[in-house]
Design a protein around this ligand. Structure first.
Ligand code: NAD
Ligand code: TDX
Length: 333
C-alpha cells in the first residue's frame, strides 16, 4: 500500500491521523479529500510536505470526484462526517447527507475499482449503558443509536457491511470511543471547557455531569486505524478503546485542577435532549487478534499535554470560540 485517500483528513481526528501516517509511513502518498466545513481550521495540515500530502477540496457526495480519486488510490480511510451531537439535534439534514449519502458514494466507487476501504465509526451506534452495568460494548452488541448523529453513523456502518456481503467490498470497520487531543474543535467537551477557563470563565456541565465517556487519545486512535488497515481481516469490525472511563464532572474538575483553579468552580447548564448516559468499550478483539496497544494510558498526562496545546495555540481556536458560544447561548447550554 503506497497511496491512501483520507476523507475528512483536515478535521480533528483525520488531521491527527494524516500527521501520524506522515511520520510512521514515510514512503506513502496521502491525498486528503475534505470539504473544509465549519469544523476545520486550515492550519490543521500546515507544515506537511505537499509532495507527500495533497489536499483536494471537495465533497464526498460528489460521485464523479470520488470515483476519480478512488481510481487513483490503493486504499481509502473514511473519516469525513458531520460529527457533533448537539448540531445534529438542531439541524439533522447535513448528517443524513454526509454520513449516509457520502458513505454510499464512497463505497460505490471503492467496489467499482476494487479498492481497500476502512470505515471510521463511533461507539455511539450502540446507544448507552447504565452507570452500574458491568458490561462494556463489544463487536456483537446490538445497534441502538439515540441521536440523529449516531443514527446516521449506524446507517453508514450498515451500508458498509452490506457492500462487503453483497458486493465483496474489501472493507474493515472500526468503532472508537471519545477522542481527545490537539486540533479538536471548541464545540466539543474538553476543548470547550479548557478554553472557557483560559478566557476566565466557568466550564459548563450538562445536567449533573454524571454521564460517562470512555476517553482515548487521538494518537492511539490513529495507531489502531493503521493496524486495522494493514492487518485487519476483511469484513471485520474492531472496537477501539483504551479503558478511559470518566464522568464529565471528574473531567471538568481535573481540567480546573491542572489549570491551577478551584476544582469546584464550574456551572451546571441545560442538559442535552436524549443525552446518552455511559459509553464503555471492550477492545479485546483488536488487542488479542491484531496486537494493538494504546500508548496514552495516563489520562491526566494526556489531558495536561492537550491543555498545554490549547494554551500555546490560542490563534488556532480564538476565531471559532465566539461563534460557538453564541450557538450554545441560544440553547441555554
Ligand atoms: P470533525 O468534525 O473534526 O471532522 C470531520 C471532517 O470531515 C472535517 O474535516 C470536515 O470538513 C469533513 N467533512 C464533513 N462533511 C464533509 C463532506 N460532505 N465531504 C468532505 N468532507 C467533509 O470530526 P472528528 O471528530 O475528527 O471525527 C472524524 C470521524 O471520526 C467521524 O467519522 C466521526 O464519526 C468519527 N469518530 C469521532 C469520535 C470523536 O470523539 N470525535 C469518536 C469516534 C468516532
Ligand atoms: O459543554 C459541554 N458540556 C458537557 O457536559 C459539552 C459540549 C458536552 N458536555 C457533555 C456531553 C457528553 O456527555 O460532555 C460529553 C462529551 O460531549 P461531546 O464532546 O459533545 O461528545 P459526545 O457527544 O460524547 O460525542 C463524541 O464522541 C463520540 C464525538 O463528538 C462524536 O463525534 C463521537 O462519535
Amino acid at each position: 500500500m503506497e497511496k491512501v485517500l483520507v476523507t475528512g483528513g483536515a478535521g480533528f481526528i483525520g488531521s491527527n491521523f494524516v500527521r501520524y501516517l506522515y511520520r510512521v509511513r514515510p514512503n506513502w502518498q496521502i491525498t486528503v479529500l475534505d470539504a473544509l466545513t465549519y469544523a476545520v481550521n486550515k492550519e490543521n495540515l500546515k507544515g506537511l510536505d505537499e509532495q507527500r500530502v495533497s489536499l483536494v477540496l471537495g465533497n464526498i457526495c460528489d460521485q464523479a470526484l470520488v470515483d476519480k480519486l478512488i481510481a487513483e488510490t490503493d486504499a481509502v480511510v473514511h473519516f469525513a462526517a458531520e460529527s457533533h451531537n448537539d448540531n445534529s439535534l438542531q439541524s439533522p439534514w447535513p448528517f443524513v447527507e454526509t454520513n449516509i449519502i457520502g458513505t454510499f458514494r464512497l463505497i460505490e466507487a471503492a467496489r467499482k475499482h476494487g479498492k481497500r476501504f476502512h470505515h471510521i465509526s463511533t461507539d455511539e451506534v450502540y446507544g448507552d449503558l447504565e452507570l452500574s452495568d458491568p458490561q462494556k460494548f463489544t463487536e456483537t452488541t446490538a445497534y441502538n443509536p439515540s441521536s440523529p448523529y449516531s443514527s446516521t453513523k449506524a446507517g453508514s456502518d450498515h451500508l458498509v457491511r452490506a457492500w462487503v456481503r453483497s458486493f465483496g467490498l474489501k472493507a474493515t470497520l472500526s468503532n472508537c470511543s471519545n477522542n481527545y487531543g490537539p486540533y479538536q474543535h471548541v464545540e466539543k467537551f474538553i476543548p470547550r471547557q479548557v478554553t472557557e477557563v483560559l478566557l476566565g470563565r466557568q466550564p459548563k456541565l450538562y445536567g449533573q455531569g454524571q454521564n460517562v465517556r470512555d476517553w482515548i487519545h487521538t494518537e492511539d486512535h490513529s495507531s489502531a486505524v493503521l493496524t486495522i488497515l494493514e492487518k485487519g481481516k476483511i469484513g471485520e469490525t474492531y472496537l477501539i478503546g483504551a479503558n478511559g472511563e470518566k464522568n464529565n464532572k471528574e473531567v471538568v474538575e481535573l481540567i480546573l485542577e491542572i489549570l491551577g483553579k478551584d476544582s469546584q468552580d464550574y456551572e451546571h447548564v441545560n442538559d442535552r435532549p436524549g443525552h446518552d448516559l455511559r459509553y464503555a468499550i471492550d477492545s479485546t478483539k483488536l488487542r488479542s487478534e491484531l496486537g494493538w496497544q494504546p500508548k496514552y494510558t495516563d489520562f491526566r498526562a494526556g489531558l495536561s499535554d492537550t491543555i498545554e496545546w490549547y494554551k500555546q495555540n490560542e490563534t488556532w481556536w480564538k476565531p471559532q470560540k465566539a461563534i460557538t458560544e453564541a450557538k450554545y447561548q441560544e440553547l441555554g447550554r
